[in-house]
Ligand binder design. Structure first.
Ligand code: PXP
Length: 270
């Protein structure tokens, strides 16, 4: 942690910290951009546009520190070739989200992603609902975590901010947990403080036993600051909101460009 400010690198600090009162500067937080939903849009038409790898490159240019992609068992968004291209064409660490299965372990062994985040996966769910039950499946997870670690990937477990789950994760020897922020993100204003407190408490427990804490799921412009203010959060992984918001921040430009092209075409034909 950096205390006070130093005029030599003030501009770097300004751009990398979120503290508004110029008091205490915290370490910058890493931003992982999840590009799954660019693939969802692409797959809606079955072609190659929009390309999630191009989205990853834009995310890099715009300040992302890493790319997150979830290769689901049913390949509903990201596909195997996307993972191949993310590893080979994008100069950012890949956080490979995966279910704890042999198939995913085999794929990880081919691409050796920088990090692997183990998530629960149910075929019928719309998105990752709730955290992984580490307590209930620690033997199976231990084997998978060890294999991923031996491949050189940094393993994290996507869990609720629950003491028993956090302790079970630590017991497996993983270096990182990602706290599922869904209950906080989905809560109404009256409940959000209690949900935030649960996350804070989870981070405290995890940090005290040496785990690095990431947070993800449902973060948006409205709810992200309260999480980013937590000093011991090292990384946020954000997807759906960023891709959805890009529709609104970008749609005006794409309609204008289309207007221009079709109007110009009419002039040339006269
Ligand atoms: N982190 C993990 C482990 C996830 O599984 C997901 C997707 O559910 C995210 C972060 C990103 O969540 P969202 O798309 O809601 O921002």
């Amino acid at each position: 942690m950096f205390v006070g400010h130093n005029s030599n690198n003030l501009s770097t600090i300004k751009s990398k910290t979120l503290k508004r009162n110029w008091g205490v500067f915290m370490d910058p937080i890493r931003l992982g951009v999840n590009i799954d939903h660019v693939a969802t849009l692409r797959n809606a038409r079955g072609g190659s546009f929009p390309d999630p790898i191009e989205a990853a490159k834009i995310a890099k240019k715009s300040g992302a520190d890493g790319i997150t992609a979830h290769l689901r068992e049913d390949r509903r968004h990201i596909k195997d070739d996307d993972i191949n291209r993310l590893v080979n064409e994008v100069d950012l660490p890949l956080n490979f989200e995966m279910a704890a299965t042999k198939e995913m372990l085999n794929i990880a062994s081919i691409f050796k992603p920088h990090s692997a985040c183990i998530v629960p996966e149910k075929r019928e769910e719309i998105t990752t609902e709730g955290g992984l039950d580490v307590v209930g499946q620690s033997d199976r997870l231990r084997e998978i975590c060890n294999e991923l670690t031996n491949m050189g990937s940094r393993v994290s477990l996507f869990i609720e901010a629950d003491e028993a789950q956090i302790m079970a994760a630590a017991e497996l020897g993983v270096p990182v947990i990602e706290i599922h922020a869904g209950a906080y993100s989905d809560s109404n204003p009256e409940d959000s403080f209690a949900e935030l407190d649960k996350i804070k408490n989870g981070i405290k427990i995890a940090t005290n036993i040496g785990l690095e804490c990431h947070v993800g799921h449902g973060l948006n412009y409205q709810n992200v600051e309260k999480i980013a203010e937590l000093r011991d959060v090292a990384e946020l992984n954000i997807g759906h909101f960023l891709i959805a918001e890009a529709v609104f921040s970008g749609l005006g430009n794409s309609v204008k460009r289309m207007r221009e092209l079709i109007d110009n075409a009419r002039v040339q034909q006269e």
